[in-house]
Design a protein. Structure first.
Length: 125
């Protein structure tokens, strides 16, 4: 069976290292360009990308032209579903607004269920 879905789990690609955090979004955009279904799961401290203002102020390139929010917006426009982890939200969220590009909230069980599908690959960043 061919791979038709990709799940990208962002765990260490968090606001502490924006120059490294662009990679999962680039992979998501490439997968969409290949017509794969794509989900991004923001876990651990990477969930902070979902908080208003965090991704907008994070520059990911030396020239200062690319922000993480720009990547998130392109992913959203291309149909990538972006989820926050419920446990991570409970740990890191302190009332900040969630950006509109976030699809919803899910958890580890949803990711583990994806591993049972023959048509799905899971990547962890």
């Amino acid at each position: 069976m061919a791979v038709t879905r990709v799940v990208l789990v962002m765990w260490q690609a968090d606001p502490g290292a924006p120059e490294k955090s662009a990679a999962p979004f680039v992979y998501a955009l490439c997968a969409r360009a290949l017509d794969l279904e794509v989900e991004i799961h923001l876990t651990s401290s990477a969930v902070r990308w979902a908080f208003e203002g965090v991704a907008a102020s994070a520059v990911s390139d030396r020239r200062g032209e690319q922000t993480i929010l720009g990547y998130i917006q392109r992913c959203h426009e291309m149909g990538v579903k972006i989820y926050t982890c419920g446990m991570a939200l409970s740990e890191h969220h302190q009332g900040e607004r969630i950006i509109p590009e976030i699809t919803g909230q899910t958890g580890a069980t949803a990711v583990m269920a994806q591993l049972q599908r023959e048509d799905t690959r899971v990547l962890v960043f």
